[in-house]
Design a protein around this ligand. Structure first.
Ligand code: SF4
Length: 346
């Protein structure tokens, strides 16, 4: 526990899983979604952690499947007047902040993220106010209000580079909300980082001893790890990186077998990228496991076909993202800094 929030006793209620659909029901929903997207001049922007059938639908309909940085970029550049964001709420908010003139719909506004929930605005503002000498860097997985309090927003794909840059400018840093990613970035850059203590309920569950056992079964496999995982798991990795970086690593590493420690939704695009390779889920079971997530984010799983139909048909306060103007303008500043920095890196 820190003085701002008791992370140890915070248990997030898990959302209900979407109803299972028959083959015919799925086909019906897919056709309906395609029709509604056209009628509404809408495009799908889906995250790698959504279910494969959602990712394939986004691809088929001219949308994108990407990490949160690329989702933001795609929505920004695409000419559609409506963005259907299949992901979690902060992704919809980010899309709206960057595209206030567009309608941003989500299958459900109840798709949360434990990092966002674990970094409430009031407590985080107090934390920042208590350390006024530090530059505030927040991960994209935060609310618009938390972004508005930050100097920079960052995604895992450019976190090391950004912190390295700020460190070279002599800045001391507040990092929020993910403690594992913060520690990883500190280790990579040597920067002076004060970390908020949030965690992702999916990546926090990967287990070191069980992973060592799986490696024992497949000694010729490479281990790919997302840096929201605990440091002991990262220490076992052959490649560490954001979702996009892990997909690239899967392609470029010579290994034919890959053990992957991130949400299993990524297997859809990873297998497309290297169809000849064998992918294994890194274990979330083992000693001390609660396996509440089993390597699939329960909030990402809420983006079912029926929910997408409802989002497009109904819109309104259950599906449309609104961000108040003053808040939007404040949050836009650190978001634009991130996008400019990412562009310069490219
Ligand atoms: S996988 Fe983790 S970081 Fe991503 S949305 Fe789910 S809880 Fe948040």
């Amino acid at each position: 526990m820190n003085q701002y929030i008791d992370f140890n006793s915070t248990i997030y209620p898990f959302p209900p899983k979407p109803a299972l659909l028959s083959k015919d029901e799925k086909k019906h929903c897919r056709e309906k979604i395609k029709r509604l997207l056209k009628q509404q001049d809408a495009v799908m922007v889906a995250h790698y952690y959504t279910d494969p059938e959602i990712q394939s639908l986004a691809e088929e309909t001219g949308g994108c499947v990407a990490d949160s940085l690329e989702m933001a970029r795609f929505g920004n550049k695409h000419s559609a007047s409506t963005l259907l964001v299949a992901g979690v709420r902060f992704m919809g908010e980010t899309a709206k902040i960057l595209n206030p003139e567009k309608r941003v719909l989500m299958p459900t506004l109840e798709a949360e993220c434990s990092l966002d929930l674990g970094c409430p605005e009031k407590e985080f503002t107090q934390f920042c106010d208590d350390h006024p000498d530090r530059t505030v860097v927040v991960y994209a997985n935060t609310s618009a209000a938390v972004k508005a309090r930050a100097d920079w927003v960052v995604t895992s794909s450019i976190a090391v580079e950004l912190i390295d840059y700020l460190d070279s400018q002599g800045k001391k840093i507040i990092w929020a909300p993910d403690r594992h990613l913060g520690n990883y970035v500190r280790k990579q850059t040597g920067a002076d980082i004060l970390c908020w203590q949030g965690a992702c309920i999916v990546h926090d569950e990967f287990k070191t001893q069980a992973l060592i056992r799986v490696k024992g079964l497949h000694p010729d496999a490479a281990v790919l790890v997302h840096p929201e995982s605990p440091q002991a798991v990262i220490d076992l990795a052959d490649a560490v990186g954001s979702t996009s970086q892990l997909i690239k690593a899967a392609q470029s590493l010579p290994h034919q077998k890959l053990i992957v420690a991130t949400d299993k939704g990524i297997f859809y695009k990873m297998q497309q990228a290297c169809p000849e390779k064998q992918l294994f889920e890194a274990p979330t079971a083992g000693e001390g496991a609660s396996c509440r997530s089993c390597a699939h984010c329960p909030w990402m799983a809420m983006n079912g076909l029926q929910a997408i139909v409802q989002g497009l048909e109904r819109g309104g306060e259950q599906h449309e993202i609104w961000v108040e103007k003053e808040l939007r303008e404040k949050a836009l500043i650190p978001l634009n800094r991130m996008l400019d920095f990412a562009t310069q890196l490219k």
